[in-house]
Ligand binder design. Structure first.
Ligand code: SF4
Length: 433
């Protein structure tokens, strides 16, 4: 197998499919590994014996022929996964107050925490007047995902992201898809030890181009995110963050200085919705988006559409106007379909017609790259050139079948297409048999 550069002409579907098959195999292997040794292991009780059995079974998988040679080094980086496995690490963003209290300066909640107490996110604790992160180097979930799943559509399409989560969130969205790991206290779910340097090493072994901090809210473990990004940068791996953007400016700027891309959930354009559905506020999220725009770090927006709650044309008209005035027309906006979950099981899935109406509005108002998400096969999953209208990136779900972007431009008319396309990684991704 040899490698060649892909961004000089239309990427053949066959080439990307081959690469995807390689990654799919790896995904299955890694997913089995983590699932079996209780990475998302919150519904099971796992004995040490079962853990060893699962580890051995997965060790055999990793040594199967077919392109995963070298993966056995994985074990050097992982510790056992157990409930109550806390990673005590002094927090970076807090102020000491009288009486051994502390004020957390990481997110706009600014929790004032007494000695022995924890902040709202449950993963930061005051011990004797010193504030600690309880989840540093202790993720609870890990998978290899397509970058399109984050979703990033304009960031190294067709590549894989080594995706990690630690427990915790500073919001309480009633529709959270990952509530089993975002809402409990860290000692109530299993986690394993993974140092930042080990994370970069695993990403390399899994042929990933990036490490993605995702599934829960990376802001609440900012110290770990920044340490991972530093170690990954040294190893030539990019770091991307998937967040709801409820963070104060200083830690945000510190994080942005180390990462390559960030996806922000703009859950609604109504403060009332943020309060009622997510127990938080809209203003700081808008400030975060403006700060990211000014920083130059690549970013995309996801807006999850809940029927009757945040699906009106008038609200979206305001949202799109704000995006155009403050962030410009080039930010990709993913209008994503909701499926019933967690505390919103009675709400139906978003009708496709609603998504299509909002997508049409976004295009008419001048957004260059609006997308429909969670509707596999919808033509609005593809990227089209805003100037000539030709198909630039063809997708189905998380699969990329063709790319017609050459040196960051439309292959047909030469229009500049905003995003992060070129990388040495692209050379690695085009596998030719
Ligand atoms: S990060 Fe957690 S502890 Fe800190 S202010 Fe936000 S919710 Fe409170």
């Amino acid at each position: 197998m040899r490698l060649r550069e892909v961004n000089t002409k239309t990427t053949p579907a066959r080439t990307l499919t081959q690469a995807r098959e390689f990654d799919t195999l790896y995904t299955i292997v890694l997913t089995a590994f983590f699932d079996n040794i209780n990475a998302d292991f919150n519904n099971m009780d796992f004995s040490r014996r079962e853990f060893l059995k699962a580890s051995l079974a997965c060790a055999s998988c990793l040594l199967l022929p077919g392109g995963v040679a070298g993966a056995s080094g994985l074990y050097d980086e992982l510790g056992s996964a157990w409930k109550g496995n806390l990673g005590l690490h002094e927090a970076r963003y807090y102020t000491k107050l009288e009486g051994n209290r502390v004020r957390c300066d990481l997110c706009p909640r600014q929790c004032v925490v007494p000695d022995g107490g924890r902040g709202y996110c449950r993963v930061r604790e005051n011990r004797g007047g010193t504030y600690y992160s309880l989840v540093h180097s202790h993720p609870c979930s890990a998978h290899v995902d397509p970058i399109e799943k984050k979703p990033f559509f304009h960031f190294l399409p067709g590549t894989s992201a080594f995706s990690l989560a630690a427990a915790g969130c500073n919001m309480a969205c009633k529709f959270c898809q990952n509530w089993q790991i975002s809402q409990p206290a860290p000692e109530d779910i299993r986690s394993f030890k993974l140092l930042p340097s080990g994370c970069a090493k695993l990403a390399k072994q899994a042929n990933c181009d990036s490490v993605a901090l995702t599934y829960t809210e990376p802001i609440v473990y900012s110290e770990y995110v920044q340490d991972i990004a530093r170690a990954s940068n040294e190893a030539g791996i990019k770091t991307v963050v998937i967040s709801a953007g409820y963070i104060k400016e200083k830690p945000l700027l510190d994080m942005l200085s180390k990462i390559s891309a960030i996806k922000i959930d703009l859950k609604s354009f109504s403060n009332d919705y943020y309060k009622r559905i997510c127990n938080t506020t809209l203003g700081p999220v808008l400030e975060t988006l403006k700060t990211i725009k000014a920083s130059g770090v690549w970013f995309e927006i996801v807006n999850l559409i809940l029927p009757t709650l945040n699906d009106s044309l008038s609200e979206h008209k305001q949202m799109f106007e704000w995006i155009l005035s403050n962030l410009g027309p080039a930010v990709p906006v993913h209008l994503t379909r909701f499926h019933p979950t967690y505390k919103m099981k009675r709400l139906p899935s978003t009708p496709k017609s609603t998504l299509e109406k909002l997508h049409k509005l976004a295009k008419e108002m001048g957004l260059r790259f609006p997308y429909i998400g969670n509707v596999p096969g919808n033509p609005a999953e593809n990227t089209y050139c805003p100037k000539c209208g030709k198909l630039l990136i063809e997708r189905r779900g998380f699969e990329v079948s063709s790319v017609n972007i050459v040196s960051s431009k439309c292959r047909f008319c030469g229009e500049r297409i905003e995003g992060v396309w070129s990388s040495t990684i692209e050379k690695r991704r085009a596998l030719v048999g």
